[in-house]
Structures are given as structure tokens and as C-alpha cells.
Design a protein around this ligand. Structure first.
Ligand code: CIR
Length: 258
């Protein structure tokens, strides 16, 4: 059984951090409706969805992915790369403590969950805007003894590793080649985003059921479908203005004991 931890959209979402996109007005009511549709898509793909209440004082708290890296054995609470996001993790840690042993990234390491792409026993960690070498070294220190191969991958022109590459099938990755070197991912089948859909590489694979993908990138969606991947398009336009998309709004984990 898969669980998905989510948090409702903060009233202050418009005050979010932005790094690589320009600030545009955000309609929070619409963002909440889109988030509800996203939760429904998670449910339709087989997840039991946990909904945490919004944290209105923390604009980016809806992007729960960034505060924890969860594998079957443990959960590593991160230390996000921007100061404004360092208090978001506490309530998520409280949930995760019920099903995983917790580890913590300590100062002066920084790590955002959006930079961590796990494919089976391989863990790729983006080193860029938010995650530093110390954070990667600490994560590796937690995961390597459990049998995970941890590899740093430099990112460019994008917020997180998973802005540039995500898993969309057992051995298939969706990639934006302008933001990441494909060499690190040799051995996987790579599907490139449509050249006109720059931000389309962030898809969320749920088990073997399919991927949640932003509805505003239909050409990339078609490429995925042609590649045999079941795509569930969800309109996430308001959350995308906050530089988030599909992976960042949930932490998906196997229920412990399975
Ligand atoms: C931030 O800059 O931290 C947020 N506005 C967006 C975080 C998105 N997180 C993700 O894609 N993992």
C-alpha cells in the first residue's frame, strides 16, 4: 500500500520563494482546487492520501517533498536550502515518526527533497541552488549503509534535480537535457521533454499505475503516452507559478511492513 503525505495550500502562497521563474499573481483559491484535484489523482492511482492542514505563516509548506527523503528503511529530515523553509518539517516529521526511524541533515548541510531522485537502489542528488556538498555527504552517510548507491549530479538553470529529470517507469526517466547532463543516467531509457515545454520534466510516478503530469504540457504528455506510460494530466498552473509542480506536493512512501 502507498501513502502520500500532502499539505493544503497556504494562504500566503504568493509570498513563496522563487529562484528561476518571475513572480506572477497567484490565485490561492484556484491553487487549492488544483491541489484537491492532485490529491484525487493520487487516490485514483492507489495512494492513501494524508492531508495535513495548511500552515498559513509558511508560504511554501504545500511543497512537502522538500522537507523529507523517505526510503523503505528510514526517513531523512532535510535542512532546506532557504532559511524561510526550515520550520516546515516539524509536522511532517511527526507523521513520519509513526512509520520510519528518523535521521536529520545537520548544519551546515543543506538538502531539498526535490533534489533527490531515487530509482530502485540508486539515489541521484542534485547539487545546485539548494543542496550543497555537505548535505549530499550527510544523506549518503545515512543511505549507503542501507545499500543505496548515492551519486551527486550537478544541475543548471533550474531549482531542483527533479525539475530536470524524474522517473516515469521502472527503467524510464523523463529528462530536460538543457538542465542536466544525460551521462549520469546511462542505462535508463530516456524520454526528452518537448522542446517547447521547458518545465515539463517533473512527473510523479505512482507505483506501476501511471504518472501525474501537468496538463499544460500536452506534447510531452503525448511523448510519454507513446512511450507506453499512462499519464494522468492535472492542471497545476497556480502551483507552477510558485515554482512547484507534481513531485513537490507529496511524499509518497510504502506503508511500513510491506
Ligand atoms: C521554493 O522555491 O522552495 C518553492 N517556491 C518551490 C519548491 C518546489 N519544490 C519542489 O519542486 N520540490
Amino acid at each position: 500500500m502507498l501513502k502520500a503525505i500532502t499539505r493544503d495550500v497556504s494562504a500566503s502562497l504568493s509570498d513563496c520563494e522563487l529562484s528561476f521563474v518571475d513572480r506572477r499573481p497567484i490565485d490561492v483559491a484556484t491553487a487549492r482546487l488544483q491541489h484537491a484535484a492532485y490529491r484525487q489523482a493520487l487516490t485514483a492511482l492507489g495512494c492513501t492520501v494524508i492531508e495535513l492542514p495548511a500552515l498559513d505563516a509558511m508560504p511554501d509548506a504545500v511543497f512537502v517533498e522538500d522537507v523529507a527523503v523517505v526510503v523503505d528503511e528510514i526517513a531523512v529530515m532535510t535542512r532546506p536550502g532557504v532559511e524561510s523553509r526550515r520550520s516546515e518539517g516539524a509536522a511532517v516529521a511527526a507523521v513520519l515518526a509513526g512509520c520510519r526511524q528518523l535521521r536529520h541533515i545537520q548544519a551546515h548541510g543543506t538538502l531539498d527533497g526535490g533534489d533527490v531522485l531515487r530509482v530502485g537502489r540508486r539515489v541521484f542528488v542534485g547539487q545546485g541552488a539548494r543542496t550543497n556538498p555537505e548535505g549530499i555527504a550527510q544523506l549518503a552517510g545515512h543511505l549507503r549503509p542501507l545499500g543505496y548507491a548515492v551519486q551527486a549530479v550537478p544541475t543548471r538553470h533550474c531549482l531542483h534535480l527533479k525539475s530536470a529529470v524524474t522517473q516515469v517507469g521502472e527503467d524510464t526517466l523523463l529528462i530536460q537535457p538543457r538542465w542536466i547532463d544525460r551521462e549520469a543516467f546511462a542505462g535508463y531509457r530516456l524520454i526528452e521533454v518537448d522542446p517547447d515545454e521547458e518545465h515539463a520534466a517533473n512527473a510523479l510516478l505512482i507505483g506501476e499505475g501511471g504518472v501525474i503530469h501537468p496538463a499544460c504540457f500536452p506534447r510531452t504528455g503525448e511523448r510519454l503516452q507513446r512511450g507506453g506510460i499512462h499519464v494522468v494530466p492535472v492542471d497545476l498552473s497556480e502551483l507552477q507559478k510558485a515554482e512547484g509542480a507534481t513531485t513537490c506536493c507529496s511524499i509518497v512512501l510504502r506503508a511500513s511492513g510491506e
